[in-house]
Design a protein around this ligand. Structure first.
Ligand SMILES: Nc1ncnc2c1ncn2[C@@H]1O[C@H](COP(=O)(O)OP(=O)(O)OP(=O)(O)O)[C@@H](O)[C@H]1O
Length: 702
């Protein structure tokens, strides 16, 4: 598959439509015509006169804002190519293959463009007719005679690469344009991969809205990219439904979300929300405290759901007195045993505590109504509602099925040993219960020093009281790090929708990180989900991933190493720095300077504890540096990254400081080695490892 570049090609134009024999000139002409057509589409919308069609100013304002959005969506962005590929079908799409109908040609791009007559100039990459661009192969050409990929330089169409899928004489090559796209220096936030989605990725991107998909994939296999493109695809294929129900992308922290936030807008999708799990559950209380790891593990354990369920339900007490409702001169009496039956029935139905709290007064009122009818009156619904609000009924409900505040219930569980024991008995061991109890019980919900794990417990308790609103689709990235209780919190937010779960078991660095996707999906409430695996690595060059993969047997036995699609000799340097701390700092600064001689972004990754020292060393050497989440620009390309924040991020060149310190920064060796694995797999073009202390044994291999 030779790549053709501008002016160097003189293959005759097979279509003969442009009068030119230079295919690139022909393609550029199509690009210019497509741009003009897009301009025409925009002008049509701008020219819309809504005065006649809107009855009032509210309608007019709504319509105008829709028109403004549409105009924005039709903008021609000079730095994003309008199309990146072309498909020449052998027959008309949908036509009868046997008849030898004429072929059809489609240009594939980020959005649909049509000319004044309504004929397509560019087809949206998500349309069914575009799918063979990603899926067709020599073994399954899908009626595609020619697949052409385009290369751009600064918005100019400068190259193309052809595959004649049905030509047995043509040999298979890896695409040079793909290679160039991956290695294109990174500045700014994460970019989309729409031009180069690979077949196994495309299958996940286009899987239906109905099912949940879980993707296990090593570092740089494109999980995040795939998850984001799947959202864009689902919004295209199910626009109305998802506009109603909503979509959400969940990531591990703010800097990561900031890094990925431009991908969906670049694909034309502006409506997708982003959040961390902490954001999701931080509704009522302020998180100011931190748990010890062992305590957080117990709080994140799925058994806590049962403890909470029991604690919430313990507020229901047996009725001891009849309810007597006085209406006019009559008294209506519902005996205690009858109310008990109502309570038993509500408990048996396992409805939300709050819904049952609302239902009980109506049940009691209904019983009163039956008695009134039996006495010969014909009361209507209004009477039932009035009885439900009667002080006697209200008082009874308050005693039997009182309103509860989820945060107060959790507060009591964490403060009151007896209350905890009453509901955790047989579920949590005494040791575990002790772990949960605050050393100093909090006085009120407001003054309590809630931790992140507590907020998840309150969220669970809140859902026991009132059902959490479910969205249409949720993407959960870096999912391996969630606790069972966190999975439940996310699962509640897609209980009637579906999810895309993305993660890598080998990169789990929390004390509660999941050991199996089956378990995680069970807690998420999506046990039926399919687990797919991505094994081709796009980010990390072969030499670097091979080095990092030495850790795999120790951190995740059984997981296969990533197969890098990129050979990049000389991409790895491991250097021992003789001397002490000062020499190491100086060597690290020098390595950063060396990396800065290349184009693109540079990440200096170090153990969290080393960050202040290295920051000072960089400053002393006159280097300005960024923190993760701050955007790299051509002028400012160096980021100082604490190892704890490196997950999900990438840099063209990485300098990794003192691996042993990264490992020692974690509570146990396996977590430390997993943290190191994350740090070792952030580089796209080059990794320099510098160490003064001995390297972890598993990394030094014969
Ligand atoms: N098909 C592709 N074409 C071009 N680039 C790709 C493709 N797939 C992935 N990439 C690039 O590879 C890099 C890694 O992708 P991504 O961050 O999605 O991987 P990941 O599996 O989420 O990694 P990690 O496990 O480290 O979080 C990104 O720069 C992404 O743009």
């Amino acid at each position: 598959m030779p790549a053709h570049v501008a002016e160097s090609d003189s293959t005759p134009d097979p279509t003969g439509t442009t009068g030119t024999t230079d295919p690139l000139a022909h393609e550029r002409a199509h690009l210019a015509a497509s741009r003009a057509a897009l301009r025409g589409m925009r002008e049509d919308v701008q020219a819309l006169d809504i005065r006649d069609v809107t009855a009032n100013w509210v309608n007019a304002a709504v319509l105008q804002s829709q028109i403004d959005d549409r105009i924005k969506a039709l903008a021609d962005l000079s730095h994003t190519p309008l199309f990146f590929g072309r498909l020449d079908y052998l027959h008309a799409v949908g036509g009868d293959l046997a008849e030898g109908a004429d072929g059809e040609r489609f240009y594939i791009g980020r959005r649909h463009v049509h000319d004044a007559a309504g004929d397509p100039m560019v087809i949206d990459w998500r349309a069914p007719v575009s799918q063979p661009y990603y899926q067709a192969s020599r073994t399954d050409p899908q009626d595609v005679g020619l697949r052409r990929r385009f290369g751009y330089t600064g918005g100019e169409l400068t190259a193309y690469e052809d595959e004649h899928l049905t030509d047995p004489a043509e040999a298979e090559h890896t695409s040079r344009l793909l290679q160039a796209e991956i290695e294109r220096p990174r500045v700014g936030p994460m970019r989309d991969i729409v031009a180069t989605i690979q077949p196994e990725q495309d299958e996940i991107v286009r899987s239906g809205l109905g099912g949940t998909v879980c993707v296990q994939g090593g570092p740089g296999t494109g999980k995040t990219a795939v998850g984001l493109h799947r959202v864009a695809y689902l919004l295209y294929a199910h626009r109305e439904r998802l506009a109603r129900t909503g979509t959400l992308v969940i990531g591990p922290n703010r800097s990561f979300l900031h890094y990925i936030e431009q991908v969906l807008p670049a694909l034309g999708e502006l409506e997708v929300k982003q959040a961390t799990v902490d954001d999701l559950v931080r509704t009522g209380v302020e998180v100011r405290g931190e748990d010890e790891a062992a305590t957080a593990v117990v709080k994140g354990d799925a058994r806590m759901a049962e403890v909470l369920r029991r604690a919430i339900r313990s507020h229901v007490t047996a009725p001891v007195e009849p309810v007597v409702v006085v209406r006019g001169s009559r008294r209506w009496r519902v005996p205690a045993y009858e109310i008990q039956e109502m309570v038993d029935e509500l408990l048996a139905r396992d409805m939300r505590y709050g819904a049952a709290h609302e239902a009980l007064p109506q049940r009691i009122a209904h019983a009163v109504l039956v008695r009134i009818e039996e006495a010969g009156e014909a009361p209507d619904d209004r009477v039932q509602n009035a009885v439900a609000r009667n002080p006697a009924v209200k008082a009874a409900v308050k005693a039997i099925w009182p309103a509860v505040d989820p945060a107060k219930v959790v507060l009591r569980l964490l403060s009151d040993a007896e209350f905890l024991a009453a509901h955790a008995g047989g579920v949590l061991s005494e040791e575990e219960q002790k772990r949960l109890l605050w050393a100093k019980p909090a006085r009120s919900v407001k003054s309590a020093k809630w931790s992140a794990a507590d907020a998840v417990l309150i969220d669970e308790a809140g859902d026991l009281v009132a059902r959490t609103h479910s969205l249409g689709h949720v993407v959960l990235d870096e999912a391996q790090d969630l606790s069972p209780m966190q999975y439940r919190a996310v699962g509640r937010r897609c209980s009637t929708g579906s999810a895309t779960v993305l993660g890598d078991l080998a990169q789990g660095t929390t004390p509660w990180s999941t050991e199996s996707w089956g378990e995680a999906l069970f807690h998420l409430g999506k046990a039926e989900a399919v687990v797919e695996e991505l094994t081709a690595g796009f980010r990390v060059p072969r030499e670097v991933i091979a080095y990092a993969s030495r850790l795999l047997p120790a951190i995740s036995p059984g997981l296969a190493a990533v197969e890098s699609v990129r050979e990049s000799p000389g991409s790895l340097a491991v250097r021992e720095v003789p001397g002490g701390a000062e020499e190491l700092d100086a060597a690290v600064v020098a390595a950063c300077e060396e990396s800065l001689r290349h184009e693109g972004s540079i990440g200096l990754i170090a153990a969290d504890a080393r960050i202040p020292v290295l920051g000072a060393a960089l400053e002393a050497a006159g280097h300005v540096y960024l923190s993760p989440g701050e955007e790299t620009t051509a002028a400012s390309r160096l980021t100082l990254v604490p190892a704890s924040l490196a997950k999900g991020l990438e840099y063209d060149y990485v300098v990794l400081d003192e691996p042993a310190a990264v490992v020692d920064g974690e509570p146990d060796e396996r977590t430390g080695l997993r943290r190191l694995y994350v740090a070792l797999t952030r580089a796209v073009s080059g990794l320099t490892v510098l160490h003064a202390a001995p390297l972890p044994k598993v990394l030094v291999q014969a």
